[in-house]
Design a binder for this molecule. Sequence first.
Ligand SMILES: Cc1ncc(COP(=O)(O)O)c(C=O)c1O
Length: 396
Amino acid sequence: MSVVAIAGFLLLLYCSMHIPEKHSAAGTTIFTVMSAMAQQHNAINLSQGFPDFHIDERLSDALGQAAAGGFNQYAPMAGLPALKRQIAESFKRRYNVTVDPDTEVTITPGATYAIYTAFTAILSPGDEVIVLEPAYDSYIPNIEMNGAKAVVVSLQAPSFTVDWQQVRDAITPKTKAIIVNTPHNPTGAIWTKQDWDELAAAVRGTEIFILSDEVYEQLLFDGEQHYSVLQHEELRPRSFALYSFGKVYNNTGWKMGYCIAPPALTTAFRRIHQFLCFTVNTPAQYALASHLANDTEAISAVMQRKRDYFLELMRDTPFTIHQPAKGSYFQLASYERINDMPDMEFAEWLTKEYGVATIPVSAFYKSGKDDRLIRFCFAKKEETLNAAVERLMKIS
Ligand SMILES: Cc1ncc(COP(=O)(O)O)c(C=O)c1O
């Protein structure tokens, strides 16, 4: 057989090999798509959720010192003891909750990983998980990768509150977990203690787990307080609480996070974690441990100034803000006074014609539900926000 014939045969073989789809999400995530489009059209990128300003110098210095100091080999599987201890102390200080660093805290490469790991620890094929939409776009693929099914319940626009009757109606004997997120991406809504009480009542008497995505826990505005699932005595024994250092210290590229869960759930979590990544970047863990020990900055105050600045600028544009974000670093805006394009089309048009990239909110719905809203990320330098809004003011 000639070389060409063998190559042809192999090509045919590879093409006919079955590669399972693993999840139902189409193509690449919207964050990658919009960031790439921003680059292609030289647009100001207010789409993906990351700051464009420098991190605290003490933190970058600590990272360099850890690497130069020789802390470059594998850290313990569950995380560096000093970092886990600092996390426990921080939760005691800020929420007055007691967390055992040894049996309840696991350091992870970001929150997205922690969410996947928690799902993998508890889900079996055929299980159902309730997801409140719009939702961060990894939840549903992560559920499906585990052979389970996402059951979606829509939040109520424009305030994006939970319709608890709909949640109760969505619970079946197959419901294994409910994933919640406060402060909420993409809407900036936050949960009150009453929401947690409603959730507790809904799952009382069941074996449903809670995944509580609290990555924006330190970004709340107008004097609002974050209420963590860890503070809820009834829910805590069945909950995985997931956090991201990237959202707190503006270093999303470090991809560092953690999971706090009761000992039995943490054991199940680590059972998976040890064979997914085993352990997490050692110098970054040292740097974060020393930073947490000295951390005094009010992170929400910095972001509140950015939110207020952005809202003030947006008054001069044709966008409508139905509700200022109460938390997170995202602001939804309606373009009802501009045109009535579907939101994906609108976001593309805005990027290409006016040079500002945003995220269409329909991307956060499995069904593609389109409320004609786009999401801006305001975690940017003032000069970036000024330049973006200057462009938005030109929209006729
Ligand atoms: C709601 C929510 N959860 C999790 C994450 C991911 O956090 P990490 O970068 O630590 O994986 C994000 C990031 O945008 C988010 O918005």
